[in-house]
Design a protein around this ligand. Structure first.
Ligand SMILES: [Zn+2]
Length: 327
């Protein structure tokens, strides 16, 4: 292939799917955003994504042969299927097969498609071009509607056996806690995700509507907002400290909707971390705000570029991620 040939990056989320043609420097040359359809029929959810993909490739991707995909999880990387908690119509849905067929149909090529979790792609994006660019070992995570993450260890993505490693959001921080939607008890996400903070504040009489208003209220000194954020960030800190402790990683990059609020989130988070990250090798754990608006999409691009040897990861460092069409 030519060295300048762009790749296709796809970021599948519960509310939208971003598709982009990206060059080796991480510049988005063209893109499409498709709202994620709500349906119990998996193919009905796929149809508008496939149409957007075809339109994008026709405009500016007719020479694309490498594709990186980040999807909300859980995923099953070895089989190329996804079962996102927040996309109910997709259970073991053959996303890699659909994308391969769509790209092949649009370009006449025989594309290579790599699938990773969205948290992993966010970590890869920040590691490549964002706040993690100076670290060869780091965790990237999001605190937003959900909480997820991924680890880059010595410039390799730590995918895990099925592609779901470092699922911080569904790590229990309260063994006696209520049952989580995932089936476990007392998960980080139950306490620290944006909607949980809003619900907790409203139960205490706060009148606002969403996480953004809640962080604005906290910044303005609202005591209820400050208290519920503090409580939620204590759960997040316990989960982050546990992750740091068992992975032996002390650099964390945190993005997502809530993290955009800055000090009202990061100050209590850092304070509670001092209570949990206590062993000598994690006591200096550093938290960095994410820098990229589209880390997941750029992380997917970094996967695809790595297939060509031009990305931040060596091709032989992608073992464990699916290349399902070429086992
Ligand atoms: Zn859970």
């Amino acid at each position: 292939m030519e060295t300048g040939q762009p790749v296709l990056a796809i970021d599948v989320g519960g509310t939208k799917v971003a598709l982009a043609v990206v060059d080796a420097q991480g510049t988005i040359l063209d893109d499409e955003v498709v709202p994620t359809a709500t349906s119990s029929d998996g193919d009905a959810i796929w149809a508008p994504i496939g149409a957007g993909l075809a339109a994008l490739l026709k405009r500016s991707g007719d020479d694309v042969t490498e594709v990186g995909v980040g999807s909300a999880g859980p995923i099953d990387a070895p089989s190329g299927t996804v079962s996102p908690v927040n996309i109910g119509g997709w259970r073991e849905y053959p996303l890699v097969r659909q994308i391969t067929a769509a790209v092949s149909g649009a370009t006449g090529s025989d594309p290579r498609v790599l699938l990773a979790g969205d948290g992993h792609c966010i970590a890869l994006g920040e590691h490549w071009l964002g706040a993690g660019r100076d670290f060869d070992t780091m965790v990237g995570m999001v605190i937003s509607t959900g909480i997820g993450g991924g680890a880059v260890i010595k410039n390799r993505l730590f995918a895990g056996t099925t592609g779901n490693a470092v699922h911080i959001g569904h790590t229990s921080v309260n063994a006696w806690g209520a049952r989580c939607v995932c089936g476990s008890h007392g998960c980080v996400e139950m306490y620290a995700r944006g909607p949980a903070l809003v619900e907790a504040a409203r139960a205490k009489g706060w009148q606002g509507a969403d996480g953004k208003e809640l962080t604005q209220a906290a910044a303005a000194g609202d005591t209820v907002a400050i208290e519920v954020i503090d409580n939620g960030m204590r759960a997040a800190a316990a989960g982050i400290a546990a992750t740091a402790t068992y992975l032996d990683i002390d650099q964390f990059v945190i993005g997502g909707g809530l993290s955009k609020a800055g000090a009202v989130i990061f100050d209590p988070l850092r304070r509670h971390l001092r209570d949990f990250a206590v062993l000598p090798y994690v006591v200096d754990l550093q938290i960095h705000p994410a820098e990229l608006e589209n880390a997941g999409l750029l992380g997917a691009a970094s996967l695809a570029l790595s297939l060509t040897g031009r990305g931040p990861l060596e091709p032989d460092e992608l073992i464990g991620l699916t290349d399902a069409e070429r086992p």
